[in-house]
Design a protein around this ligand. Structure first.
Ligand code: ADP
Length: 242
């Protein structure tokens, strides 16, 4: 038994080291694109070949946008490392799920272009309370809403919560581009993006869903996705009521 245990231990360790290496390679890859855009734009401006102020502004705008991308990436990596180390300091409190949904929808309505999109919210019939971190649930729901917005060209997005027997079901539904069936199991992986080539700029770091999954599972819940390629997706999660 000792030998089996030792082998298991070694293979666990090997898997862990492999994951670490993949993670570093992926982070470096994601950092490269924005960094080279920033460097390129800076060099062009320094060369002073471009003299029209409007054109110069375009390059400056590019530098700011790409720096935003880097900031988002670093924020996501910090969230993941806190989740891995179990050091997130979210404090739980008694929260009303309907109030939570109303708050999240208010924040999201400010972010989205209200002319092309509409947001429906479906509240629970009963006024349910859970002991959870409001900040954490807000972050998870906003992550799903941002994806619904990013991967659809206008339309309606639905944010809902339903009280089931021993748990709560939260969901975000869109009528966007959908996901091919054979990709559905991959999308929760760190850095995974379905269509790397065709949606440049649309995709973020590919970390959002892995953060959602890990956060929800750490709270004893489980995530789900239903999607039809070309017709839209529903992402969500179940949280136990304790
Ligand atoms: P990101 O949005 O930063 O690319 P995520 O981890 O949030 O990363 O999502 C991973 C991938 O899953 C996305 O790149 C996209 O291909 C796919 N995806 C996520 N949400 C949706 C959605 N609502 N509709 C279609 N595809 C989606």
């Amino acid at each position: 038994w000792g030998v089996v245990a030792l082998f298991q231990d070694i293979s666990e360790r090997w898997r862990f080291e492999q994951l670490q290496k993949d993670f570093v390679a992926n982070v470096s890859h994601e950092l490269k694109a924005p960094l080279s855009s920033i460097k390129g734009a800076g060099e062009i401006l320094l060369d002073k070949v471009i003299v029209e102020p409007a054109k110069q502004d375009e390059y400056l705008k590019m530098i700011v946008e790409e720096t935003d991308r880097l900031e988002d990436l670093v924020d996501d990596i910090l969230i993941l490392s806190e989740l891995d180390a179990n050091t997130s300091n979210y404090s739980r409190a008694k929260i009303s799920v309907n109030d939570l949904l109303k708050k999240v929808s208010r924040i999201f309505r400010k972010i989205m272009d209200q002319e092309n999109y509409s947001l429906q919210i479906i509240l629970s019939e009963e006024n349910i309370y859970i002991r959870e971190s409001e900040e954490k649930l807000k972050q998870v729901l906003l992550n799903l809403l941002e994806n619904a917005y990013k991967f659809s060209a206008g339309g309606s997005i639905e944010l809902g919560v339903e009280y089931l027997k021993n748990e709560l079901k939260f969901w975000v539904k869109d009528n966007g581009i959908g996901i091919p069936e054979n990709e559905l199991e991959n999308i929760w992986e760190r850095f995974y993006k379905v269509d790397k080539a065709h949606t440049p700029g649309k995709s973020g770091s590919g970390l959002g869903l892995s953060i959602v999954k890990q956060t929800i599972e750490d709270s004893g819940g489980r995530v789900f996705v239903e999607s039809e390629y070309g017709n839209g997706s529903t992402f969500g999660f179940y949280l136990p009521l304790i």
